[in-house]
Design a protein around this ligand. Structure first.
Ligand code: SF4
Length: 282
């Protein structure tokens, strides 16, 4: 369930408040910052992608369904993103100032109800905000694994916790034996059967509970049908494997085409070599 101001700002206007709470988050004392999910178009015509590392998750994205698509909710999320894109330093100042209010002391902020840390500059802004507001706690789910490995892991702020979530194009860089990871399962029984730990009772368990975090899939019939009993992790593995197979086949065909003289009866490039080239280009 998304959060929105009762009267969203007119198109192009800056939101009066940056942090909001929905019923679920209010119950556990968490505030949200939200961007529009994945790819779309702003009212001024600009296109965006706030989840550049989204994989299969985008095919069943909870934030592109139901109340998230209501015009006033979408307008609020667009206004948030426009502020970030048009004036990142100004947005950083506004967020830092808002978080200075007494009511946020000791509370938790979930960075992104939807959307992700879509650029180095944006993540850099968040890291400065989090360090400046050391009396507030922050957490996030993210699929921006390489960006976090480079920019956060070497020196994480004490008041920031995160969990890497499966279903993205960088899944293969995760190590569930070491990393804190979250996966979406068909239901609670599937989470328990896998020996993972559900965060359903309280979203903060994603960062404060055991390291293998299970999320039960939203009960949206056509999304459950697409999930087809898999988890995001296994679904993404299937998609990655298919892509690798296609890339190898395409590299094999290119190997034939690239032979000098257009002699299609000649031997193709060795399988491994062609596939390597294709993988590098992907
Ligand atoms: S990362 Fe989250 S918000 Fe973005 S497309 Fe995937 S499920 Fe949706």
């Amino acid at each position: 369930m998304p959060s929105a101001e009762p009267h969203p700002p007119p198109a192009g206007a800056r939101p009066a408040r940056l942090l909001t709470q929905n019923r679920e988050m209010r119950a556990i004392g968490v505030w949200n910052w939200t961007l529009p999910a994945w790819a779309g178009r702003l009212p001024d015509g600009r296109t965006y992608n706030t989840c550049p590392s989204a994989g299969v998750c985008a095919r069943v994205c909870y934030a592109r369904h139901g109340t998230y698509t209501w015009p006033q909710v979408r307008a609020k999320h667009h206004a948030n993103l426009q502020f970030v894109l048009d004036d990142l330093p100004g947005w950083e100042r506004a967020m830092t100032a808002e978080l200075g209010a007494r009511r946020f002391r000791g509370t938790w902020i979930r960075v992104h109800d939807s959307g992700d840390f879509f650029s180095d500059a944006y993540l850099g802004s968040w890291l400065r905000i989090i360090r400046a507001r050391w009396a507030v706690n922050f957490y996030a789910y993210t699929k921006e694994i390489a960006r976090f490995r480079a920019m956060v892991e070497p020196d994480p702020p004490d008041n920031f916790l995160w969990v890497y979530s499966y279903g993205g194009t960088q899944d293969s860089d995760l190590d569930p034996a070491v990393d804190r990871v979250a996966d979406v399962f068909p239901d609670e029984d599937a989470i328990a059967a896998a020996g993972w730990h559900s965060q359903e009772a309280n979203d903060l368990l994603a960062v404060l509970g055991p390291r293998l975090v299970g999320i039960p899939a939203n009960r949206i019939p056509h999304f459950l049908k697409r999930l087809a009993g898999r988890t995001f992790r296994t679904w993404q593995q299937e998609v990655d494997a298919e892509r690798t197979t296609r890339a190898k086949a395409s590299g094999h065909r290119r190997g034939l085409r690239l032979l000098p003289g257009g002699n299609t009866t000649a031997h193709p490039m060795p399988d491994g070599q062609a596939a390597d080239r294709q993988d590098q280009a992907a």
